[in-house]
Write a protein that binds this ligand. Structure first.
Ligand code: HEC
Ligand code: HEC
Length: 214
């Protein structure tokens, strides 16, 4: 069995057990339920939510609760994780769909938001941070902030604590319409327009700059 199928099987088994409450009584919405649900995320996102590059599962620890809730809802709605070329998104969407009891999304989001952000080390070395700085400060800064820590009012998440490979992948997803293209996804659309003019090098450059903001 490959590492990937093993991980996917373990994830599916835990999800089944939690979703069906087959392993005991289900706690009410809140921290205990959040911790229980998080067990279903661990096979891919890791014990501390630090992510696993091998299966393209990003670091999620310490993202703001409002953003995690919005993204889990976006996966459930099929605004993310439905495009046939978005393999990581296709792996995540069924997991979001298991959060089907009232309060599940808020409970697990609060748990993940309370974990320490990991600031995973940079892995890409093809970007020019100087060129990226120009673009970032002309475009991205308006929503993600000069420090890359996001802006809740504009629904823009922090970027500094994320994996560089994941940032590039999301820019590609937005550009190809795997994210931010659904007519009801207005916040996603507000982000998507900013990617249409980015080619591969421009994406690498801007992500290289974001890595310097830590
Ligand atoms: C089968 C592996 C797998 C499991 C289990 C899993 N995820 Fe994911 N998750 C992924 C992948 C892969 C992505 C990246 C999707 C993409 O690239 O768009 C992701 C993305 C996410 C994102 C988006 C992060 C961002 O910055 O926008 C959130 C939030 C998330 N997962 C939360 C969870 C939670 C909470 C659980 C447990 C209930 C969970 N995931 C379980 C694989 C998984
Ligand atoms: C008009 C405001 C706005 C601007 C300008 C903007 N963004 Fe965003 N960005 C957002 C919003 C809102 C989201 C969350 C979208 C969603 O809910 O799916 C987002 C999400 C992202 C994500 C996904 C993060 C994750 O955790 O999955 C990345 C990467 C990103 N932006 C990078 C950039 C870069 C790079 C630029 C400049 C080229 C930029 N953004 C410009 C508003 C903006």
């Amino acid at each position: 069995m490959t590492v990937r199928t093993d991980i996917l099987r373990r994830a599916a088994a835990v999800a089944l057990c939690v979703a069906a409450a087959a392993c005991g009584t289900t706690p009410p919405p809140g921290p205990e339920r959040g911790a229980e649900l998080f067990e279903t995320c661990v096979p891919c996102h890791g014990e501390s939510g630090e992510g696993n590059a091998k299966i393209e599962a990003p670091a999620i620890a310490g993202l703001p609760q409002w953003y995690i809730e919005a993204q889990l809802t976006a996966f459930q709605n099929g605004w993310r994780g439905k495009h046939p070329d978005d393999l990581p998104g296709l792996r995540m969407r069924p997991m979001a769909l298991t959060l089907n009891r009232e309060g599940d999304i808020a409970s697990v989001a609060e748990h993940v938001a309370g974990l320490e952000p990991p600031y995973p080390p940079s892995t890409l070395h093809n970007g020019n941070a100087g060129a990226g700085a120009e673009r970032y400060n002309a475009v991205c800064v308006a929503c993600h902030g000069a420090d890359g820590r996001g802006n809740e009012l504009l629904h823009a998440p922090p970027l500094v604590q994320l994996d560089d490979w994941y940032l590039v992948h999301e820019l590609q997803d937005f550009k190809m319409g795997a994210r931010g293209a659904h007519p009801e996804d207005t916040w996603g659309a507000s982000m998507r327009v900013n990617t249409l003019a980015l080619d591969e090098q421009a994406m690498a450059d801007v992500v290289a700059y974001i890595q310097t903001l830590r």
